[in-house]
Design a protein around this ligand. Sequence first.
Ligand code: CTP
Ligand code: CA
Length: 223
Amino acid sequence: ASQFFTAPLLQGQRLLLTAGPTREAIDPVRYISNHSSGKMGFALATAAAAMGAEVTLVTGPVNLPTPAGVKRIDVESAEQMLAAVMANIAEQQIFIGCAAVADYRVANPAENKLKKTNDTMQLQLVKNPDILATVAAQTPRPFTVGFAAETHNLAQYALDKLHRKQLDMIAANDVSVAGQGFNADNNALKVFTKDGCHDLPATDKLNLAKQLLNLIVNYKSKP
Ligand code: CTP
Ligand code: CA
């Protein structure tokens, strides 16, 4: 029967991914965040589930429906995202960090709503934990894939992140191109591994997600 039936590419694989922005509270009614829509991460979750994977999606606040068959965990801050990821990382074969994690959070969020008493105000920010690098530092660890959104020096910054965070693969997108990346429906990726670069030309995010997952499957099975 094997000549008539090929198992779905990600059958039996557990895949964990992060998506969307994070929100870092300033006070109970205000936050720092970014323009991530979550579309790329949700497209990856959709495609991976369709390819047979058992998918867990840890997401920041987004306006998107949960993809069919996907276990979704909603979080707000980077610290909550890290906790949700680490609580689910065991037994995963693949991790994809697609979230636009806020690099900094407010050092001391106010318990009560801040009042506009002064003409200027200062917020002290502290660096957030790096979720992707934390996953990559585990032993054993899943096949670990990062994203890099860059406006310039794309290849150089992406390769720097690949090496610095000890990733297996990094997918870089040029967010300076109109209609691509943040909030857009289309995207293009340059995918780097320690062995080279693979170009995925501009297409819709679901198509791109399938192509990236195919690259992951192929590269992961290489000796
Ligand atoms: N990332 C993460 N946790 C963070 C920051 C980033 O998991 N605190 C992940 C993102 O999900 C992405 C990758 O790291 O997969 C690269 O994110 P990016 O913002 O491009 O890189 P940074 O290391 O934050 O560097 P910079 O923003 O200075 O370019
Ligand atoms: Ca960043």
